[in-house]
Design a protein. Sequence first.
Length: 249
Amino acid sequence: MKKRKRRKVTKRFIAFIVIVAILIIVGISKAVKSIKTRKTSAEVQPPETSQTQKDNIEKSKKEIKDWRLKLANYDNILPEDFEIELSNIDKDRQFDSRAIKYLKTMLDDMRKDGITNIWVQSAYRSVKSQKKLYENSIKKYLDQGKSKKEAEELTLKYINKPGASDHNLGLAVDFNNVDQDFEKMKGFEWLTENAEKYGFILRYPKDKENITKINYEPWHWRYVGQEHAQNMNKLNMCLEEYVEYLQNN
């Protein structure tokens, strides 16, 4: 009797062990299946990409409608038929009619302060003229034996693509001989101290080349309006930074 009882207990114990083992195997199988399902789901519906996040950020930014802050750069290309109302600085050069009085007043005041060796080399430039200037620069480098890629890279250091220049907006002026020596002149010193009073900023500062994508140009000044010019200088921002700052605040 004792042996039969022991056998029954042993059989029950073995059956219990088998059932537990089966339950464990079933549980592991379900867990593996669940992991695979989650993985497959993740592959079908990937998490939000960085580009999508960037697009959403762009959509949430405020629209800047102030014409004085309009950007024409590597990311903001004007159409080839872009037009504005222009007024003459002299017989050869023109500027945006809404801002020309500030440019003329600034030049007059410079001369009153004894700076007479300054003149406007370049101001408004049509997109068509910009295209010609850009292509001529590339050709110059190609003639020097540069590759097309090298010619484009060298050109873009100082000349924007057609439709990507402040000159196409009629809001920029280049002074004198358009070279780095302008930085050594009293005119540059005067502009650095006073241009903001007339609404002008140094468009391509030395410490902002990685943002503007243009090499430092001491001769290139851009009209943005007095309040914006003063704020930009106070915040130490180039135009790209300042526009983004306003869009996010």
